[in-house]
Design a protein around this ligand. Structure first.
Ligand SMILES: NC(=O)c1ccc[n+]([C@@H]2O[C@H](COP(=O)([O-])OP(=O)(O)OC[C@H]3O[C@@H](n4cnc5c(N)ncnc54)[C@H](O)[C@@H]3O)[C@@H](O)[C@H]2O)c1
Length: 303
């Protein structure tokens, strides 16, 4: 398939990422079909998409007429067979559970045209863990977006050993058509490129604090003061959610056997036990909605 032949995109799983991806594809002229296993999610999807687009219009990022045209290009389907009809590209966005993703691919392989390309938006699973279930391994790769899609416009494209080079070329061209910077990986790696770097950065920050090298706020100050960023590692951890952070640290504690990871895990657990989940609970390393790192004096030398 050539990029000009790619017209219809099917997005499966309409959670945080699926709805953003559907909008991004529609925004750049693709016909988008959306499907979610949960019919209620499907039913509420149009309202949620409308709200997101309204925010773009409100922020002056999109003219209202374009917003209407964009929403008109999106169709919600409740039956898999109807969703799969005449699809050129399937983007899977269901939760990070290998079996769930594999079942989606196996089911839609039976329903989609044989030449349709399949991709996964998985965060840590590698494409070879899913390739067989797609029934079309040469037409399958990972295509990993970052949240929010229209701001953090970088997509990791990761082949598995059986992906055809033409599939990667097509996906790189598609990424550019939807205003995403394609990062084509040469080999498989859990966490792609940005997420791998981010993990090292955040794990180091947690290790510094749990080891008592410096206070949380000073670790953020060091990063923000040198790099001139509006947020430091502990502000980022609060945004991710400390329950999710705990799961990730726990995973690496088991995989790496590094004793520092166990120490870091206990450090995060103390906050969780106190009900501090980060931004979503209003309290994590910082208190929200006005965390200390956003206050004017945070980076002033004589504070
Ligand atoms: N949230 C992020 O910041 C982010 C960023 C990049 C990648 N990802 C990855 O994207 C994927 C989706 O993440 P999310 O945060 O959007 O998840 P989410 O939990 O917000 O949404 C998942 C959606 O999939 C639906 N679903 C579950 N099983 C299904 C099935 N069998 N068929 C159809 N729909 C099904 C659910 O009803 C739900 O609406 C995960 O693999 C995640 O790791 C997430």
């Amino acid at each position: 398939m050539r990029i000009d032949d790619l017209r219809r995109v099917l997005v499966i799983g309409l959670g945080t990422m699926g709805q953003e991806i559907a909008l991004q594809c529609a925004r750049f002229g693709f016909d988008v079909v959306c499907y979610d296993l949960d019919a209620e999610v499907g039913e509420s999807c149009r309202g949620r998409l409308g709200t997101l687009v309204g925010q773009w219009v409100g922020a002056g990022l999109l003219p209202a007429a374009d917003a209407r045209r964009m929403l008109d290009r999106i169709r919600i389907e409740f039956e898999p067979a109807a969703a799969a009809r005449q699809v050129d590209l399937l983007i899977e966005c269901v939760p990070e559970i290998r079996r769930a993703k594999a079942e989606v691919f196996a089911r839609f392989h039976e329903l989609c045209p044989p030449e349709a390309v399949f991709v996964t938006n998985a965060s840590y699973l590698t494409p070879s863990m899913l390739a067989k279930s797609t029934g079309r391994p040469e037409l399958f790769a990972a295509f990993h977006f970052h949240d929010p899609v229209w701001v953090a416009n970088v997509v990791d494209i990761m082949p598995h050993p059986g992906t055809a080079p033409a599939t990667i070329e097509l996906l790189a061209a598609f990424a550019e058509r939807i205003d995403q910077i394609p990062i084509v990986c040469h080999k498989e790696n859990h966490g792609y490129v940005f997420n791998s770097m981010l993990r090292s950065f955040l794990m180091t920050a947690i290790a510094l604090a749990s080891d008592g090298v410096a206070d949380v706020e000073d670790i953020d100050r060091a990063w923000m003061g040198v790099m001139k960023t509006p947020i430091g590692p502990f502000g980022i951890l609060d945004r991710i959610g400390l329950d999710t952070v705990y799961d990730i640290v726990q995973y690496w504690t088991l995989v790496s056997k590094d004793p520092q990871h166990a120490k870091s895990r206990e450090f995060i657990k103390r906050l969780l036990d106190a009900g501090q989940l980060g931004l979503k609970s209003g309290h994590g390393f910082y208190r929200y909605p006005h965390p200390a790192f956003e206050q004017p004096g945070f980076l002033q030398p004589g504070r």
